[in-house]
Design a protein around this ligand. Structure first.
Ligand code: SF4
Length: 349
């Protein structure tokens, strides 16, 4: 029988479970500290009978690390295996003396974006909230074992999968990750990245106030379809309308991710198109040089082309950043995550 993961329960669930197991609400803080910080706390505060009962009902183990690869730039890629043996990749990225962890929300992905290695894998299944939280804990424990001074990485939901396509479990995971009595990651330390999955965007406000990023990659609808097939069903103008609704009356700024692909989306027409699209919107444009993966049809532009494109956008007074590629030597950079034999063989070396 498959047991439910202890890491899939939020504070409310635990309170209910403890009360219905004959305990009182006063146990809750000790219980949560024991689960997330130090199990020895349970020895002092939890009766052996209650512990045994709960251990029979639930799975208290974290997902298993199948392998770890460390990049020369400090990026760490974990291959993480769940109960049913399916695996995802989770990436820990160093950034200005801190870390960000890139979490997966699905095994594979059904969105089939042409620039993304995960998309070639298809969707296997959604991750549960416990599996999403589990990835975070695996990465945090890894830092702890390395005696890192920084233990609470920020989170980007940019790993395998379209997070808004798994909204129920994602929402539950966020409620656990952000709970001050559990892991206490502030919503502003979390960023959700979507390719424009409109049904999910329409309910975005049901999530805490986390940062939002849209994979844009082209200001032109027809061209965007080539990169992001779901643009056919949910065209860019509809997505932008939804983002306008989300930002209206708030100080929220949306990050627009823009892959730089040589000879494809870096012309003067693109500069003009981006200006028309984002010039009057609260926007940061994040330029990401394409990270090639085995079998991809696209090419990464030279640095001189990247700088020139950025300069033209800056002249238009757009807020622009270039994202430094991390972990490309271990296929851990943006758009390069895919669990397959190739990846696994590579990891053995
Ligand atoms: S870019 Fe994101 S949404 Fe598109 S295939 Fe890759 S993981 Fe899925």
């Amino acid at each position: 029988m498959k047991l439910i993961s202890a890491y899939s329960l939020n504070q409310e669930d635990w309170l209910h479970l403890l009360m219905t197991s004959g305990s009182t609400k006063h146990l809750l803080p000790f219980w949560l500290d024991g689960l997330y910080k130090d199990r020895t706390i349970w020895e002092r505060h939890v009766s052996p009978k209650l512990l045994e009962d709960l251990q029979q009902k639930m799975n208290f183990s974290l997902p298993r690390i199948s392998s770890v690869q460390e990049s020369q730039d400090g990026t760490v890629k974990f291959l993480i295996q769940f109960e049913d043996s399916l695996e995802v990749e989770t990436v820990l990225i160093p950034f200005h003396k801190r870390f960000t962890v890139c979490l997966s929300s699905q095994v594979g992905c059904g969105m089939n974006c042409s620039f993304c290695y995960t998309g070639t894998q298809g969707l296997k299944r959604n991750l549960t909230s416990g599996e999403i939280v589990g990835q975070y804990l695996v990465a945090r424990n890894w830092l702890k074992n390395k005696n890192s001074k920084v233990l609470n990485p920020s989170i980007v939901f940019m790993g395998q999968g379209e997070p808004l396509h798994n909204l129920t479990e994602l929402k539950k995971a966020i409620s656990i990750l952000s709970d001050p009595q559990i892991l206490g990651i502030g919503p502003k330390q979390m960023t959700l990245s979507t390719v424009g999955y409109l049904p999910g965007l329409k309910t975005f406000e049901t999530l805490p106030n986390l940062n939002l990023a849209l994979s844009l990659h082209s200001p032109f609808d027809e061209e965007r379809k080539v990169l992001i097939p779901i643009n056919e069903r949910w065209p860019l103008p509809d997505v932008m309308k939804e983002l306008d609704r989300i930002t209206e009356g708030s100080k929220r700024i949306i990050t627009y991710e823009y892959l730089l692909i040589k000879d494809f989306n870096m012309s003067d027409e693109h500069v003009e198109g981006l200006y028309k699209l984002l010039g009057n919107r609260p926007a940061i444009l994040n330029l990401i040089p394409f990270n090639p993966f085995p079998g991809s049809n696209w090419e990464r532009p030279e640095m001189s082309l990247i700088d020139a494109f950025k300069e033209k956008l800056v002249t238009k007074k757009l807020r622009v950043m270039i994202r430094t590629t991390k972990g490309s030597d271990i296929l851990a950079a943006c758009g390069q995550l895919k669990v397959n034999n190739l990846a696994r063989n590579h990891e053995k070396h």
